[in-house]
Structures are given as C-alpha cells and as structure tokens.
Design a protein around this ligand. Sequence first.
Ligand SMILES: [Zn+2]
Ligand SMILES: [Zn+2]
Length: 153
Amino acid sequence: MKSGREVVHEEFRRFLKRGDHRITPERFEVLDHAVDYEGHFGADELYVQMKSSHSEISRATVYNTVELLAQCGVLSKRNFGENKTRYESNVGKTTHDHLICTNCGAIKEFSEPKLQKIVKQISKDIGFEASGYSFNIFGKCTNPSCGMNKENE
Ligand SMILES: [Zn+2]
Ligand SMILES: [Zn+2]
C-alpha cells in the first residue's frame, strides 16, 4: 500500500510534468516541509524553518514551489486581510474556513458544509465554474489573554 505522502509526491510529479516544470529534488523537499508545517505559514516562514533544519534550499525555490503546490492543490492559499499570502497543507485536512482575531492575530478554524453548498448554488445560479472560495470572519476572540502581549510590548 502506498503511503499518503507517496500519493502526494506522485500528484505533484504529474502536475510538474503536465505544466513543463522541472522536476527537482528541491521541489519535493519544499513539499515535505510544507505538508509537515503545523497551521498557516508565509513562504518566508517556511524558508526560515527549512534553513534552521539545515536545508540548502534557496529563498526563490521556496517561493516558487509553494506557489506551484497551491496550483496543484496540495496547499491552500489564504489571505487573512493583511498584505501577506499564507499557505496551509490540504493533506489529510477537511475543507474549512477561518475566524481571525484582529486584536491578537489568533486564527481559528471551522468547517461548515452549508457554506460549500451555498458556493455551489450561487455558482450554478450565476453560471460560474468555481475553483475555490474564501470566507473569513474578522473580529475579536474571547481568549482572556487576547491583546495582552500587545500591551506588554
Ligand atoms: Zn484575540
Ligand atoms: Zn486553516
């Protein structure tokens, strides 16, 4: 039996081939680190993490590979209202959306199948082939320590 990781590697290899992208071990190294990354990350955070685990990877390779992984569907691209693109692994995760605390920056996840139905229905009604959607709820979380770090700075 093939492990989940092998399936993902194969999927990415096929995607690279189809798009005439070079198949390099570095790209699969980025894939592994991206899939293992807990939570949401910017390309730069992934680069720093890889460097600290003694990778020889270049920043440019990390940046263009996460973009390819997002196109391939291995990663989801997120924008939480800042000027920063974040990614997260889709491997072994269900479709979900986010609540973003604008006070402390906490990000909570939820999964609501009704939302996915609404997206399908709206797209059908308007005559649109949706390839994805983004739904973010902004506000303030109820964590008692919310915003405390800010005051201590
Ligand atoms: Zn908060
Ligand atoms: Zn998420």
